[in-house]
Design a protein around this ligand. Structure first.
Ligand code: BGC
Ligand code: CA
Length: 347
């Protein structure tokens, strides 16, 4: 590690001594350089910020004597216009691969145009552009996961728990009264997760009654607020909470905690992601289950792809679907296997 740092410092010095400023000349003289310009839709998003940490770590691990690696991360803070400006800036600053977590997944055209002008490839991640936009240029890629799979898994987890514990049907009417907390409208992971979780529960023979739903934009505080309302509209009726991500499942739990509801009167809660806080909540049984959104796998795929795009090496090892998509599989997490996932995070 230390040797690598020294080597990198020598390399940097050599580049500046030679008066080279752009990556082009450093490539000619001293081997290659990956300069990744990253912009994310909102850095306060729990999952996205954990995914970015994985990506940075992975990419940096490629750095060494023959490859210089540099990452700049920008936060678009919910504005597509800001994100477009950030892309301009990153390109002007010399980045040679872009990693973009779109604010508006239906609006990538300006970014694609800017990148194409400079011939800088783009890796979109986590927020999937629509299929037609992915066809705008052949140097755009997507790294993410299959929303349907996460919904099915959440439904299976919930079905297992419900079938294994008759006390979840607290009013004993043979049906499970449930509410859904959804991510942003228009996000590929919101509606698809909900539909598939509910369909799967039905297919498993569970009678359901939907009491309400709330859109909480992936956000814990918004989920708490929505849930407080829903609880007041359906006092003591809710038996199951399906949330499109862990943060919203935890926000729902926060609402009950705030209302001082005793444990025996709580519904069961399911999330998706397996974020740090999500896994902890599964470990101490506050969440009955979650679905692991493989941030390590996604970060690794993004880093590998970024390096391959620049060096031209390793592309043959990438496992693409539809030529330019990489989807990492989800996995089910329960209190029984949660420790494996907690371990995965540790170095
Ligand atoms: C994750 C959410 C996250 C969202 C952001 C989803 O795949 O499950 O936790 O907020 O992506 O785009
Ligand atoms: Ca019931």
């Amino acid at each position: 590690m230390k040797r690598r740092k020294i080597a990198a410092a020598v390399l940097l010095f050599a580049i500046s001594a030679a008066g080279a400023s752009g990556c082009q000349s450093s490539q000619e003289t001293f081997g290659e350089k990956v300069y990744a310009g990253v912009t994310c839709y909102d850095q306060s998003d729990t999952f996205v910020s954990e995914l970015l940490d994985c990506f940075k770590e992975e990419l940096e691990s490629y750095g060494g004597d023959t490859l210089e690696v540099n990452v700049t991360v920008r936060d678009a803070a919910g504005s597509q216009r800001t994100q477009n400006d950030q892309v301009k800036e990153l390109l002007d600053g010399g980045c040679n691969v872009l990693c973009v977590n779109l604010v508006d997944r239906a609006d990538p055209s300006e970014i694609i145009d800017l990148a194409r002008e400079q011939e800088v490839p783009v890796i979109f991640f986590n927020r999937e552009p629509v299929a037609e936009d992915m066809l705008q240029w052949d140097r755009i890629y997507y790294v993410g996961a299959d929303a349907k799979q996460s919904g099915v898994m959440q439904g299976e987890l919930a079905a297992d728990v419900i079938q294994g514990d008759s006390s979840i049907d607290r009013n004993r009417d043979g049906k499970i009264q449930y509410v859904v907390l959804e991510g942003e409208a228009g996000h590929q992971d919101a509606i698809i997760r909900t539909e598939n979780a509910v369909d799967t529960l039905r297919k498993k023979g569970i009678q359901l009654e939907k009491l309400s739903y709330g859109i909480a934009n992936w956000n814990r505080a918004q989920a708490q607020t929505r849930m407080m309302q829903i609880i007041s509209e359906h006092p003591n009726k809710i038996e199951l909470v399906l949330a499109n991500n862990d943060d919203m499942a935890l926000g729902a739990l926060d609402a009950y905690e705030k209302l001082n509801v005793t444990e025996s009167a709580l519904p069961v809660f399911f999330g998706i992601d397996g974020t740090e806080v999500g896994l902890e909540a599964v470990a101490d049984s506050r969440l009955s289950g979650t679905v692991y959104n493989d941030k390590e796998g996604q970060g690794e795929a993004m880093a590998k792809l970024a390096v391959s795009l620049i060096t031209g090496k390793g592309m043959e090892d990438m496992e693409f679907e539809k030529e330019r998509y990489v989807y990492l599989p989800y996995s089910k997490v329960t209190s029984e296997n949660v420790s494996e996932f907690i371990r995965k995070r540790e170095p």
